[in-house]
Design a protein around this ligand. Structure first.
Ligand code: MET
Ligand SMILES: [Zn+2]
Length: 342
């Protein structure tokens, strides 16, 4: 069996064990904030790897309790360059990247041991194989490291080339690939050039950990930098390590059209984890509230996204464990009824 089919079967096996559809966690950083963490910092959520690792574990556990099958680590804005700018050594920075995966894995262990204790059924019905959980190591974009809002504009300027991006991401990717994570989640990819940089790095570094590529959009047609979602999804499609392609941190109202466009260029599973519909103001570093989507409305979209062909569903910034609980209920219910009859 070629590498591609092994990696394809990784995701189809996982989805099959989950009943056809998997639940991704919700906004991680914004949930840390809801618990009082101050993330106005160039490291954003990665700051808590230093200051509040217990809170990081707690938020992972809250999402597992809410029904998430995939939890995404706190490494989104954890970069060696960012840690070094805080005065840490390269070694300390690398250790913190590894720690982000360890903390998520610890949360999974705690969750599994609770399941085992709480339910004889859990063991009798096949235990962990019936309740699969993946730890996805997050890789945020170069724009996220810049912390100037450019992950939402995709505009890196003329001087940033494919090589700049590859150099920037290479070491972190090597470390996360060896961290024991089940999956690498390249998140909030704002443009085509960064997707290309990731695809080339995965090959050049001989990385065989499955990955997903998730883009962000503010119009339902293009990614935020202006490249079409189809072009971006095609890059993901041709990368053999990529086991799912999708969209995150994008308002729910754009998701349906984006799923349809992605489905036209790839047969890989589609992952969607929209934000609450609010907008991030990069200058004030705040979410602008008024245009948000109520939790019930967000969740009512799920059936439509599922009909459009998506397989993994979660939430991004400003969604909470309650959002994920509701998504999980809908999918469990539907896979036993209507969805199962397709
Ligand atoms: C700006 S999108 C952030 C995605 C990341 N997984 C988080 O929720 O913290
Ligand atoms: Zn987000």
């Amino acid at each position: 069996m070629g590498l591609e089919s092994i990696e394809r079967s990784f995701m189809s096996d996982f989805l099959a064990k989950c009943g056809g559809y998997a639940v991704v966690d919700g906004g991680f950083a914004t949930e840390l904030e809801r618990h009082g963490a101050d993330l106005i910092d160039p490291l954003w959520s990665a700051k808590c790897l230093i200051t509040a690792p217990h809170l990081v574990r707690r938020v992972h556990l809250d999402y597992l309790d809410a029904g998430a099958n995939v939890i995404i680590t706190a490494s989104y804005q954890a970069t060696i360059q960012g840690f070094e700018a805080k005065g840490l050594s390269a070694q300390e920075a690398e250790a913190l990247l590894g720690r982000s995966v360890e903390i998520a894995s610890e949360a999974r262990e705690i969750y599994y041991s609770r399941c085992t204790k709480d339910s004889r059924d859990f063991i009798e019905n096949g235990g962990i194989s019936r309740c699969p959980i993946l730890v996805a190591a997050s890789v945020g974009s170069y724009g996220a490291y810049l912390a100037d809002g450019s992950e939402y504009s995709g505009n890196y300027g003329e001087t940033v080339t494919l090589e700049t991006l590859k150099d920037f991401h290479r070491r972190r990717l090597q470390i996360l690939a060896r961290s024991g994570a089940d999956l690498i989640a390249f998140e909030t990819i704002p443009n085509k050039i960064e997707a290309k940089a990731y695809a080339e790095l995965l090959d050049e570094e001989g990385i065989h950990v499955p990955a997903w590529f998730s883009f962000n959009s503010k119009d339902g047609i293009n990614v935020v930098g202006g490249d079409s979602i189809s072009e971006c999804a095609s890059i993901a499609d041709s990368c053999e390590q990529v086991v799912a392609v999708g969209v995150n941190c994008t308002p729910p109202r754009y998701i349906h059209a984006l799923i349809l466009s992605i489905k036209k260029v790839t047969s890989k599973p589609v992952v969607v984890y929209p934000n609450s519909g609010e907008t991030y103001d990069g200058e004030s570093k705040q979410w602008v509230k008024s245009v948000g989507v109520a939790e019930e409305d967000f969740v009512s979209y799920i059936s439509k996204w599922r009909e459009a062909g998506a397989s993994l569903f979660g939430g991004c910034c400003r969604t909470t464990p309650n959002t994920i609980r509701a998504i999980s209920r809908i999918l469990t219910h539907k896979s036993n009824t209507t969805f199962g009859q397709d």
